[in-house]
Write a protein that binds this ligand. Structure first.
Ligand code: F0G
Length: 325
């Protein structure tokens, strides 16, 4: 029988022996990790495969970033840092702001102007982070964050911080535990490539071999999936060194997959999170895990762009019946 209590254990405690933490490292946790692995019945039927969804939107701030942030912020606190900095398309900022607040650290966040989804912005603001809108792309904001961190005033908590990827690799351990072995194929979105690198490392450390599919936007600089609107992936070389197959997808394919997840499986994710499903090749007869990286509530504007709004009606049964004819 599964010990359900185990999922409530902070990720750092659960995988302590496989993470770069000391017994003296303070654990900054919001209850991350231990996310559901959901059987996708309708998608399985359609693809003639056994498809599972690793639901990372169930993390405390609604994305997989929390797995890495608990490790990065715990280490930063343990080494006497006062402040963290990151550039972000949104989810890293929401996560950094929350974990910094929990640790009593200051968070400085650099956002590409006008390119961050509303929910993510709200999360970082609510957590009291210092938010700066950079006139430029995510890539330019990331360069600026790195240079600022080099001055020693702030610890960089982007995925270039190795502690981030160490935390994120734990998702691979969970999947192996949950399925009793690795899947044949794992598919996930590819933005900067940190997560692809982290999964490859996690499966590698567990001695598992599998096929990995990394779905990137064909139109990186302009995609509606703002989370992966990244021109030059910071981890491109590391991704190339893994066995992951990079597959380019259109916004139309992303939206179609997003709709499938929401309307056929009940899983409301943000658009970027559907890129793994969108990128799947023919997988008939195989066991597949699709990593669904972030919660749909983060990006309400994307929903408005791809679905119909409610129909206004008078509060009487005749108008209601007419409206749904
Ligand atoms: N999915 C979501 C929901 C993301 O927020 C990101 C990246 C990715 C996928 C891609 O992951 O970069 O490791 O390949 N978001 C970053 C951010 C860039 O700033 O929140 P990756």
């Amino acid at each position: 029988v599964r010990e359900f209590v185990a999922v409530a254990v902070p990720l750092i405690e659960r995988y302590r022996d496989r993470l770069p933490v000391e017994s003296s490292t303070p654990v900054v946790s919001l209850g991350e990790g231990g996310t559901p692995l959901l059987r996708a019945t309708r998608i399985s039927e359609r693809l003639g495969a056994e498809v599972w969804l690793k639901w990372e939107g169930a993390n405390p701030t609604g994305s997989f970033k929390d797995r890495g942030m608990t490790v990065a912020v715990s280490k930063a606190l343990g080494t006497g840092a006062r402040a963290v900095v990151c550039a972000s398309t949104g989810n890293t900022s929401a996560s950094a702001a929350a974990y910094a607040a929990r640790a009593g650290l200051k968070a400085l966040i650099l956002l590409p102007a006008g390119a961050v989804a509303l929910g993510k912005l709200a999360q970082a603001r609510a957590a009291g982070a210092r938010l700066l809108e950079v006139h430029g792309s995510f890539d330019q904001a990331l360069d600026a964050a790195r240079e600022l961190a080099d001055r020693g005033t702030h610890v960089l908590v982007n995925s270039l911080n190795p502690d981030r990827l160490e935390g994120q690799k734990t998702a691979a351990f969970e999947i192996i535990e949950e399925l009793g072995g690795p899947p044949d194929v794992l598919a996930l979105p590819y933005g900067g490539g940190g997560n692809t690198t982290a999964y490859a490392r996690g499966f590698g450390e567990a001695g598992a071999t599998l096929r990995m599919i990394a779905g990137q936007s064909e139109t990186r600089a302009t995609t509606l999936a703002s989370a992966i609107r990244i021109i030059e992936p910071a981890h491109a070389d590391e991704v190339a060194a893994t066995s992951a197959e990079v597959v380019s997808v259109t916004d139309e394919q992303i939206v179609r997959s997003w709709r499938t997840l929401a309307q056929e499986e009940g899983l409301f994710c943000e658009p970027a999170s559907a890129a793994g499903l969108a990128a799947l090749p023919d997988v008939r007869g195989l066991r597949i895990v699709i990593v669904v990286t972030g919660h749909g509530l983060k990006d309400p504007e994307a929903v408005s762009r791809v679905t119909a709004p409610p129909i206004p009606v008078e509060p009487d049964p005749d108008s209601i019946a007419r409206a749904v004819e």
